[in-house]
Design a protein around this ligand. Structure first.
Ligand code: GAF
Length: 376
């Protein structure tokens, strides 16, 4: 395997990890002033990084083609293309925000599976952001408030350099995640709260079912959903749909109504999920997960048959609840399962996928894990 030293003729200053995320509930509401409840997972993207004394960026990956070799001053909207834009974009955003950052050599040695709906992009951005914070002594990584500044830089990298109009949920989960907790993120004021979430403590397991499906039109569809939600808020004369009621939505046309209904009902489901978790009633959140999936599939139309099959089969085999997680159009579902039913549920989902002629899904247990950190 190629090493950092072979590529760059020097040793790295250290290694940093940025985790992927699962969103427990609160889907497609982070660009709508809503509430979401993600957590960082054990699957991580690892970067080896060395600081440079000049302005040059040399970015390479062991698993991905492409990369970048150029000046930080050449980075901007649309440049560089490909995965390197996520890393270069973080440095660009930090510099735009007034932080004194310069060049780096960086090698991606491990990655959260791409297209799995577990936010490999945020994992990369956040691992790189923490490395840059450490190496240039920005002092942001040591506190939640500082990490929120890094969250903003990672989100700007994605919005302004890569050009994906995503919300900030994934970056917040990757940088602010904590073992045993889900992160309640209020995207209205960016406030956060750690909510206890430890399924294993009560004999439950949260499974990730990666369908391995990735649709190429996902980015366009994501943008279209976001535009519909903004249009619906405009039509109602509100800054966002956050405080709208179902009755308010009656004024919307038939195209916008279901989209807006998803936002309003999903925010309510997050509130109810948090209330149950705060009361230690984890096993009771299943119906809220199911209702979230139904809303995403029916009203928001971001699911695909493989995600629907994963959820319905998991439920029929004993899961307490199941839903797609992340942006949709492929990627992963989650299922909350009594630990003694994990084999039954996994086997049933595999069998259903085989019968339907789908690829064999990747199924694994997950739990809330630490946010981005330095490893060595
Ligand atoms: C993607 C986006 F990047 C997030 O910001 C969020 O909108 C999510 O889709 C849907 O909840 O992961």
């Amino acid at each position: 395997m190629t090493t950092f030293a072979e590529l760059f003729e020097r040793e790295p200053d250290g290694r940093w990890a940025g985790p992927g995320r699962v969103n427990l509930i609160g889907e497609h509401v982070d660009y709508a002033d809503g509430l979401c409840l993600p957590f960082a997972i054990a699957q991580r993207t690892i970067v080896e990084v060395a600081k440079r004394d000049d302005d040059r960026l040399r970015l390479r990956s062991l698993s991905e083609e492409g990369g970048f070799d150029g000046a930080l001053s050449d980075v901007g909207p649309g440049r560089p293309e490909g995965w390197a834009g996520y890393v270069a974009g973080v440095l660009w955003a930090l510099r735009e925000a007034g932080h004194a950052v310069g060049g780096i050599d960086l090698l991606v040695t491990d990655t959260v599976p791409l297209g799995s709906g577990l936010s490999s992009s945020a994992a990369l951005e956040c691992g790189a952001a923490l490395a840059v914070d450490d190496l240039f002594g920005l002092g942001l990584g040591g506190s939640a408030e500082g990490r929120k500044v890094l969250v903003d830089a990672c989100r700007r990298a994605e919005n302004d350099v890569v050009g994906a109009q995503t919300g900030g949920m994934d970056q917040a989960a990757s940088l602010l995640g904590r073992a045993g907790h889900a992160l309640l993120l209020d995207t209205h004021d960016e406030s956060t709260r750690q909510v206890p979430f430890d399924p294993t403590e009560v004999g439950l397991t949260l499974l990730i079912i990666d369908t391995k499906v990735r649709h190429s039109h996902a980015d366009n569809e994501y943008g279209a959903r976001r535009a519909s939600v903004e249009k619906a808020a405009d039509a109602l004369g509100r800054p966002s749909l956050r405080d709208a009621t179902l009755d308010d939505l009656a004024a919307l046309d038939a195209d916008l109504l279901p989209r807006a209904r998803h936002i309003v009902t999903e925010i309510d489901r997050v509130r109810r999920t948090v209330a149950l978790l705060d009361a230690g009633r984890i096993a009771e959140i299943g119906p809220l997960l199911d209702a979230s999936h139904a809303s995403l599939a029916g009203d928001y139309e971001v699911s695909v048959p493989e995600l629907d099959l994963a959820c319905s089969t998991a439920r029929a085999a004993g899961a307490l609840g199941a839903r797609m997680t992340g942006g949709g159009f492929g990627g992963s579902a989650i299922a909350l399962v009594p630990t003694d039913a994990v084999d039954t549920v996994s086997g049933a989902v595999r069998a259903a996928f085989a019968t339907a002629g789908h690829q064999d899904p990747d199924i694994r247990a997950t739990e809330p894990s630490a946010g981005a950190e330095r490893i060595t």
